[in-house]
Design a protein around this ligand. Structure first.
Ligand code: DAK
Length: 265
C-alpha cells in the first residue's frame, strides 16, 4: 500500500489516513470482524462529515480488513433490545448520514460484507472488491430483516429475483457473482485491492470537484425520480457546469492537448 501521511482526528473504532487528496477510512474492530457498533457508526459518520468538509480531500475510500469489511451490525448490542429501545436509538438517523456525503465515496471490500456491512457498502457510490469478498443479508437467520436499506438497495442493484433469493434464504454472493450481477464494479487480487481502490480514488480526485459532485447527484437522482424528471435534472446540471472555470479549463486543455488542472471553481 502507498505510504500514509498524517492521521486526522483519533478514533477508537476506525482509522483515518490521507493519501494526497484521497482519505482512507478503515473500520477497525478486528476481534469482532468490524461489527458495526453504535460507537463505530457515530465515529464513521463524524469522520465522513469532517472529510466531506475538508477542501484538501477530493475522494474517500471506505474499507475494513482483508478478512472482513464488516460482518454486520453488532449483534451483542441489539440482542436484548426492546422495540422501544430500538426506536429511540435512532440507528437509521446515524447510518443515513453516509448518504449525505457529497464527495465520491468508494467501498473497498474484502472478506465478509454481511448484513449492515453489505448495507454500508451499498451506501457508498460504488464497490470494488477483493477476490475473497462475500456479500450477504443473513438477517433472516436472526429472526429479523435488513434494516439499513438492504431490501431496497439490493433489489435495485440486483433485481427482484436475486435479492429475494438472498434475503429470504440468507445466502451469500462471492466476488465473481457479485461482479457478474453488478453489485461491485471491479474485482482485484486480495493482495492489491486496497492499493487499486486508492489508485482509482486518486484518478477520480484528479477530476473537477464540482463536476464530480453534480455527477454523483445526477446518478443518485436515477433512484429517486421518473426518467423524464431524471433527464431534466441531468440537463440542468450539465448546463450549470458551463458556469464553472473547470469546464473552461477542461475543454481548453483538451484543445491544447495538455492535461487539465481542475480547481473546483
Ligand atoms: N456482531 C457481533 N459480533 C460479531 C458479528 C456481529 N455481526 N459477527 C462476528 N462477530 C464476532 C463473533 O461473535 C466472534 O466473536 P468471539 O466469539 O470471538 O468473541 C468474532 O466476531 C469472530 O467471528 P466467528 O468466530 O463467528 O468467525 P467465523 O469465521 O467462524 O465466522 C461469520 C464469520 C461472518 C460467518 C460469522 O461471524 C457470522 O455469521 N457473523 C454474523 C453475521 C450476521 O448475521 N450479520 C448480520 C447481523 S444483523 C439498522 C442498521 C443495521 C442493521 C439493522 C438495522 N438500522 C439503521 C435500523 C443491521 C443488522 C445486522 O447487520
Amino acid at each position: 500500500m502507498s505510504t500514509s501521511t498524517a492521521a486526522l482526528t483519533q478514533y477508537e473504532n476506525i482509522l483515518v489516513d490521507r493519501h494526497d487528496a484521497v482519505a482512507v477510512v478503515r473500520l477497525n474492530r478486528p476481534k469482532v470482524l468490524n461489527a458495526l457498533s453504535p460507537q463505530l457508526m457515530a465515529e464513521l459518520t463524524q469522520a465522513m462529515a469532517e472529510l466531506d468538509a475538508d477542501p484538501a480531500i477530493r475522494a474517500i475510500v471506505l474499507t475494513g480488513s482483508e478478512r472482513a469489511f464488516a460482518a454486520g451490525a453488532d449483534i451483542k448490542e441489539m440482542a436484548d433490545a426492546s422495540l422501544v429501545e430500538m426506536v429511540y436509538r435512532d440507528m437509521i438517523g446515524v447510518w443515513d448520514r453516509l448518504r449525505q456525503v457529497k464527495k465520491p465515496l468508494i467501498a473497498a471490500v474484502s472478506g465478509f460484507a454481511l448484513g449492515g456491512g453489505c448495507e454500508v457498502a451499498m451506501m457508498c457510490d460504488f464497490i470494488v472488491a477483493s477476490e475473497t469478498a462475500v456479500f450477504g443479508q443473513p438477517e433472516i437467520n436472526l429472526g429479523v430483516i435488513p434494516g439499513a436499506g438492504g431490501t431496497q438497495r439490493l433489489t435495485r442493484l440486483l433485481g427482484k429475483s436475486l435479492a429475494m433469493d438472498m434475503i429470504l434464504t440468507g445466502r451469500n454472493l462471492k466476488a465473481p457473482e457479485a461482479l457478474a450481477h453488478g453489485l461491485v464494479s471491479r474485482v482485484f487480487p486480495v493482495e492489491s485491492y486496497l492499493d487499486e481502490a486508492i489508485a482509482l480514488a486518486k484518478d477520480i480526485a484528479s477530476k473537477g470537484p464540482m463536476a464530480l459532485r453534480v455527477a454523483k447527484e445526477a446518478v443518485n437522482k436515477a433512484f429517486e425520480t421518473s426518467l423524464t424528471e431524471g433527464l431534466e435534472a441531468e440537463r440542468q446540471r450539465f448546463y450549470m457546469l458551463f458556469a464553472t472555470e473547470d469546464q473552461k479549463e477542461g475543454m481548453r486543455a483538451f484543445l491544447d492537448k495538455r492535461p487539465p488542472q481542475f480547481t473546483g471553481r
